[in-house]
Design a protein around this ligand. Structure first.
Ligand code: NAD
Ligand code: WQD
Length: 337
């Protein structure tokens, strides 16, 4: 089977995708400088799959070092580029660090692919590229609004770089995947989200509160114009998200694409409010969560969820898990990590 280079392979989405790739017969090489992760996660990958994955501890902004990896693995058939800094709040504090890291790493990867003749790229984008979308659910054709953070801007710019590159080189193929809110863990609880940075996303905040790492948590606003007043998001189980990458890769390798730069939304297509997410957690865990209603968090959009028809039709992808599965797996992972 072909070898796939996974950047950010020690991170949250990268590690779960590696498991799905191995389950589907691919060989994987990882490159991750561990700025937000640890190679320990690859022990979990080994426990699940029985396969040892090599990680190159390289900063992808270093083009020469990146190219050397391609030279050491002449059989690389495609690249899944997860590596990036991803904290929205941190990007507001350190915009240049985000532009430097997220854009230079992408430029290195595309340059090394060009030099090595590797034609297939899958790029991690984000629903944050839509900004405050004016229509719901969001389709891939929904107009892109102003980015709400430097992080979101790096994703808009990354998409633009890939689009322009594809226009010049028709033999190069890219799939851009816009993730909504990834959450949960592998059902075995051998791997899950293990960022070096403190968690700020809803699901890990819930599980950390329930297990006592945090005394309490806040729901950021209950006075929005939604069914219960709290914000609406599209939470997608990490294994559904991982499998979409395998499907996108198979799609590229089998030359089924219609254009050489395609974009897909990856959400389950259903909006869940913050309070509904908390109820789901309480239902599956049997725990009462200690939370209170706090003020709105600046920069939050009221509601966003995906129309995922395109991914279903063209990639043959359909999500299998719901919010209860997300909470069950996240809670099991919290108990062992
Ligand atoms: P993560 O931080 O867990 O994983 C990213 C990995 O990339 C980390 O292990 C980090 O050490 C590595 N990395 C960062 N910069 C690097 C560099 N210059 N060289 C080498 N390695 C580097 O994040 P994640 O949640 O797995 O996200 C993966 C991708 O998906 C990112 O591009 C992120 O922006 C995007 N995304 C994430 C979410 C989410 O909520 N998790 C949502 C939408 C999009
Ligand atoms: C979800 C909901 C909060 C924590 C972020 C990025 C986005 C993408 C996904 C990368 C919101 C509420 C949260 C808490 C709460 N990442 N909440 N109390 O902001 O939708 O999206 O991750 O690309 O770009 O912006 O995710 O998990 O932070 O919040 O009430 O302690 O939970 O207000 O409504 P968000 P989140």
């Amino acid at each position: 089977m072909p070898t796939i280079l996974v950047t950010g392979g020690c991170g949250y989405i990268g590690s779960h995708t590696i498991v799905d790739l191995i389950d589907n017969g691919f060989d994987v090489v990882s490159v991750d400088n561990l700025v937000n992760s640890s190679e320990d996660i690859l022990e979990g990958v080994f426990a699940i799959t029985g396969k040892r994955v090599v990680n190159y501890r390289v900063d992808l902004c270093d083009y020469a070092a990146t190219l050397r990896i391609f030279e050491q693995h002449p059989g690389i058939a495609g690249v899944i580029h997860f590596a990036a800094l991803k904290s929205v709040g941190e990007s507001v504090q350190q915009p240049l660090r985000y532009f430097h890291n997220n854009l230079n790493s992408l430029l290195s990867i595309i340059s090394a692919m060009e030099k090595s003749g590797v034609p297939h790229l899958i790029f991690s984008s984000s629903c944050s590229v839509y900004g405050n979308a004016k229509e719901l659910p969001v389709t891939e054709a929904t107009p892109i609004e102003e980015a709400e953070s430097p992080y979101a801007r790096t994703k808009q710019m990354g998409e633009a770089v890939i689009r322009d590159y594809c226009r010049t080189y028709p033999a190069y193929n890219a799939v851009i995947l816009r993730y909504f809110n990834p959450a949960g863990a592998h059902p075995s609880a051998r791997i899950g989200e293990a960022s070096s940075n403190p968690a700020s996303n809803l699901v890990p905040v819930i599980t950390e509160t329930a297990i006592g790492k945090r005394p309490t948590m806040e729901v950021f606003g209950d006075d929005y114009p939604t069914r219960d007043g709290s914000c609406v998001r599209d939470y997608i189980h990490i294994m559904d998200l991982a499998n979409a990458h395998t499907k996108a890769l198979q799609y590229l390798l089998e030359n089924r694409q219609q254009g050489n730069c395609e974009i897909y939304n990856l959400g389950i297509g259903q909006g869940v409010t913050v309070l509904e997410a908390i109820q789901a957690f309480e239902r599956v865990s049997g725990q009462k969560l200690n939370y209170r209603i706090g003020p709105r968090r600046p920069g939050d959009v009221i509601a966003i969820y995906a129309n995922n028809d395109l991914a279903a039709q063209r990639l043959g992808w359909s999500p299998q898990y719901d919010i209860d599965d997300i909470m069950r797996s996240a809670w099991a992972w919290e108990g062992v990590r």
